[in-house]
Design a protein around this ligand. Structure first.
Ligand code: ATP
Length: 252
């Protein structure tokens, strides 16, 4: 965390980046920072979760644009095993993961994180974030990216109040969409609203809202095209389409 002394000097305070922690409690080491280091002191890791059933160019563009626009050091695509709030996908976790791996070949900007598929049973984002936080430590900034639709449904998520203590939430809205003005989500937003400068200076605890144009593609539309014998070409990478055809996925 960067703090400013009454004399105007800026210091980095080690291991004190998580919300609710106090720089005074453990006598953390202080290092004076140069001006241009102030907002740049944490490694930033972003997660983009989904069922990816199958992955398409809408997902890939969104993840890449977020990485570049917000300057994340790493952008991880995180396929979910069996989200608690959706039905079981008709294609196996192994197939979805294999398609994602094919889509990310030759794309060093995006990486696959298949930890949720290795876990048996229901996938809870809060468990994943806890696991990542204990793996990465307190001095790494973690951002969990989601659409506005997911933010609106957040109170239905397992231990949802804990999420923002473990990571920043980056919420992507389509241009022109309105954020809620009342209710639990509006209160959460009011308490935690932040901007892109917080992503590198704090490890968690902010909600960043970002307007971004989405490609009009959905996995549902891709599955429907295949089911009706029509081509989804140009909506998803050729390698993914080849995999779907070879393994005869989404035909029924
Ligand atoms: P489905 O049609 O099966 O619901 P989907 O295409 O919406 O699937 P998901 O795997 O459910 O894909 O979504 C993963 C993430 O990608 C979510 O955060 C979702 O908001 C986002 N997303 C989905 N479609 C697009 C798109 N066209 N552009 C950008 N982001 C997208």
């Amino acid at each position: 965390m960067a703090v400013q002394s009454p004399q105007g000097r800026v210091y980095r305070v080690s291991r004190k980046h998580l919300p609710g922690s106090s720089a005074a409690t453990d006598g953390g080491q202080c290092t004076e920072l140069a001006g241009d280091q102030v907002a740049q002191n944490l490694k930033t890791i972003a997660l983009f979760g989904g069922t990816f059933n199958p992955v398409h160019f809408g997902h890939l563009r969104m993840a890449l644009e977020l990485k570049e626009a917000l300057g994340f050091d790493e952008m991880r695509l995180l396929p979910s095993h069996q989200p608690a709030h959706r039905g079981e996908p008709e294609v196996s976790a192994e197939d979805r993961c294999a398609m994602l791996a094919l889509a990310l070949e030759n794309c060093p900007e995006l990486v696959l994180d298949d930890r949720e598929l290795k876990r048996a049973g229901a996938t809870y984002t809060v468990d994943t974030l806890e696991e990542l936080r204990s793996e990465l430590g307190d001095d790494v900034s973690i951002s969990f990216c989601m659409g506005l639709d997911s933010l609106l449904g957040l109170p239905g998520w397992h231990r949802w109040e804990k999420l923002v203590a473990l990571a920043h939430l980056v919420v992507v809205t389509r241009p022109g969409w309105q954020l809620p003005r009342e209710g639990e989500v509006a209160e959460l937003l009011a308490q935690h609203r932040g901007d892109s400068s917080h992503l590198a200076s704090e490890a968690a605890g902010r909600i960043l809202v970002r307007e971004q144009t989405l490609l009009p593609i959905s996995a549902t539309a891709v599955r429907e095209l295949i089911r009706h014998g029509r081509s989804p070409r140009f909506l998803l990478p050729e390698r993914v389409l080849d995999y779907i055809q070879t393994h005869q996925l989404y035909r029924s």
